[in-house]
Design a protein around this ligand. Structure first.
Ligand SMILES: O=C1O[C@H](COP(=O)(O)O)[C@@H](O)[C@H](O)[C@H]1O
Length: 239
């Protein structure tokens, strides 16, 4: 694929550094949520965990939005206690749901069930509350092309990547990353007004460019986000 060619529904936004990216993406997310709130009683924001979103969370939490009318949940969760260092819920509570954003309603994915498989139906019920389409979905991507917790080689991948699937979420145990997990399915994540892929670093840019080429989503699950006709995907990248 020639440099610069990308799937038709993909728009690229490139920044000189991570803080510039975070500031611009926070401003855009604020506009999109504001548009949702002006048209409907509530708006939804689905965020990812891991290390990439930290500067975004810090830029977003001070935005002057009617946060008490915003529902926040996660694209995926590691099945660890909510106060565990690697819990995505902990990250969101400590780093996003502060300052003005403390007024938002948070919907955790982690339940008290022992495994994500056992927690799946409660989680689906929690997500049923969210009006569709979702307003803003912000996805991350791992170096292996996973997005949310849709990992290459995991047993739940076919179910999670089914574009017409009715499952809101899937339980999985990645062979290549720690912790059992629960992930929103691709059909849930793409039923959205705005979908963002937020990635940083040259390595992730190379994986993203590889995923822009036609191929199997089972080897690079992010392909299921990039190669579809349902919604525009805005890719925000910086070195
Ligand atoms: O495990 C996960 O990985 C991805 C990417 O994380 P990063 O640390 O490379 O930014 C993340 O999007 C996902 O939410 C998380 O659970």
């Amino acid at each position: 694929m020639a440099n610069g060619v990308r799937p038709p529904r993909v728009m690229e936004h490139r920044f000189k550094d991570r803080n510039s990216l975070a500031g611009a993406l926070a401003a855009d997310v604020c506009d999109w949520l504001g548009t949702g709130l002006s048209a409907r009683p509530r708006a939804s924001l689905i965020v990812s965990g891991g290390s990439t979103p930290l500067p975004l969370f810090h830029a977003l939490r001070d935005k002057p939005l009617a946060w008490e009318r915003i529902d926040v949940t996660l694209a995926d969760e590691r099945w660890v206690s909510p106060d565990h260092a690697d819990s995505n819920e902990r990250l969101v509570r400590q780093e996003l749901l502060q300052a003005k954003a403390a007024a938002a309603r948070f919907i955790p994915l982690k339940t008290t069930a022992a495994t994500p498989e056992q927690g799946l139906s409660e989680c689906e019920a929690r997500l049923d509350d969210l009006p569709r389409p979702l307003d803003v979905v912000i996805l991350g991507m791992g170096g292996d092309g996973h997005t949310a917790s849709l990992f290459p080689g995991s047993e739940a991948l076919a179910k999670g990547l089914d574009p017409e699937g009715i499952a809101r979420c899937v339980a999985c145990t990645p062979g290549t990353a720690p912790y059992p997990r629960l992930s929103l399915s691709i059909s849930t994540l793409l039923n959205a007004r705005r979908v963002v892929l937020h990635i940083v670093g040259a390595d992730k840019w190379a994986v993203y460019r590889q995923a822009c080429e036609a191929g199997e989503p089972s080897s690079l699950p992010i392909r299921a986000v990039l190669h579809q006709n349902r919604v525009q995907v805005d890719v925000y990248w910086s070195p």
